[in-house]
Design a protein around this ligand. Structure first.
Ligand code: ASP
Length: 437
């Protein structure tokens, strides 16, 4: 009997223990090969019962978006303690947001330059549908409509920007109440914080469950894409990867190099210390997981603990420049592939806004940015619906997410360290002479 025990659930356990990102990559390859074989034998559509596995995946993703935004944004915003919001906090948050906005812009420029797209079937019929949907994206409308008239309606209609707006205010108020002098307010708001913290944790658990299912969903969705379109779509993924990595490199040189020069911090010393967190982030694909090495780098660079102990964990939660670049490139890829057109100015403005805010709500764990990409698409009125061409294109991106995530996480972490050093320098919290010009 004892001999039989390890066999029970053996395959399932082996599956669950195997690295999820490799599984998704394997799903992508299996789906692509199966799709090419089907296309070669003249089969362009999968039986309904097989397509269902892809549909289940896209529905699971849609299911998680709103509760995930609410949970992670409320917790993110309320984690900024008012005591630290003072001169350090406000500066750090502003510099984080500005660098993320630059990231999205660089991503969109990369998208426009490289025009990554896969020529997917059904373009024309969907293009007409999209043209109707996006016609009313005007900046002034968008700004005014960020404010919900009914929070419940925003949640039910999944109006992403309104949900983000309300969650941020809610979180900020909570952060002030948590340290109130009134004990009753302190107690109830701490309870409320714990509830949202728990909600965010539950959502992350669900996401990791969905990610266990992702290889199957991705395989089926990719198989459909390749069966309909043949092997020619593979080159498009290489272009997406190139556009993202070039964007990451440009961001390091222009934005970080520029900031360090402006704040008169020695580039050589900075990048020598930033190397360890950079590599750790590249390998672990988690800003949070990299925190111990980012702390050590900040310490070696002579940043006062008072600053980095606050700004680095905050950055790992809310500052995602690499993710922002990725959102810009991928949003372009999705729209171009599915609707045969580039992004409109209105959509690009909206993406800058959404992706910058989304970086606050993106958890510093592997793959979180890909879920936020689904949210950004929802925000520009092009939701990833089950069975749509968009879902197929999104699955293509998800198939190479492991590779894209390595680069974007490394950039996210380098960004946290750069901004921390600059603010510390400005406020006189940078001790070592070695990093000062
Ligand atoms: N993995 C990234 C990070 O930890 C988040 C993302 O998926 O974009 O920073």
């Amino acid at each position: 009997m004892a001999n039989n025990e390890p066999k029970k659930g053996g395959i399932l356990r082996a599956y669950l223990n195997f690295n999820v990102l490799y599984k998704i990559l394997i799903g992508l390859v299996i789906g692509a090969v199966a799709g090419i074989i089907l296309a070669a034998s003249g089969v362009t559509a999968l039986p309904k019962w097989i397509s269902m596995f892809g549909t289940i995946f896209t529905r699971l993703l849609k299911m998680i978006i709103i509760p995930m935004i609410v949970g992670s944004l409320v917790v993110g915003a309320s984690s900024v303690s008012p005591a630290n919001v003072g001169k350090v906090g406000i500066r750090v948050v502003i510099i984080y947001l500005i660098t993320s906005a630059f990231g999205v812009i660089i991503g969109l420029v990369m998208g426009n330059v490289f025009q990554p797209h896969a020529e997917l079937a059904q373009v024309t019929e969907l293009a007409a549908e999209a043209a109707g949907k996006t016609a009313d994206v005007s900046v002034w409308n968008v700004i005014a409509e960020i404010i919900p008239t009914s929070v419940l309606q925003s949640l039910v209609n999944e109006t992403v920007l309104q949900v983000i707006f309300f969650s941020l205010i809610f979180g900020l108020c909570l952060s002030f109440m948590k340290v109130s002098e009134n004990e009753r307010i302190r107690t109830i708001s701490t309870t409320m914080y714990n509830i949202f913290d728990c909600l965010a944790e539950i959502m992350m658990k669900i996401v990791s469950g969905i990610m266990q299912y992702a290889p199957i969903g991705v395989a089926v969705l990719i198989c459909e894409v390749f069966a309909k379109n043949g092997a020619k779509v593979a080159g498009a993924l290489a272009t997406v990867t190139l556009a993202c990595f070039l964007g990451y490199a440009i961001h390091i040189v222009l934005v970080y190099g520029g900031l360090l020069a402006i704040f008169k911090i020695k580039l050589g010393t900075f990048f020598k210390e930033a190397r360890t967190p950079f590599i750790t982030a590249f390998v672990t694909r988690s800003s949070n997981g990299t925190l111990p090495t980012t702390f050590a780098a900040a310490e070696n660079l002579g940043v006062d603990k008072e600053v980095y102990a606050f700004s680095l964990p905050l950055g790992a939660t809310i500052n995602m420049d690499g993710t922002a670049i990725y959102q810009g490139v991928c949003a372009f890829f999705l729209v171009m592939s599915c609707f045969g057109r580039g992004l409109t100015m209105g959509e690009m403005g909206m993406i800058v806004l959404l992706a910058t805010l989304a970086s606050i709500g993106t958890a510093g764990v592997p793959g979180a940015g890909a879920i936020m990409l689904a949210m950004v698409m929802q925000g520009i009125n092009l939701p990833i619906e089950a069975g749509s061409v968009l879902a197929g294109a999104y699955a293509m991106i998800l198939g190479i997410d492991a590779i894209l995530d390595m680069g974007r996480t490394a950039l996210n972490v380098t960004g946290d360290l750069t901004c921390t050093c600059c603010i510390a320098k400005q406020l006189g919290f940078l001790k070592a002479d070695s990093v000062l010009k």
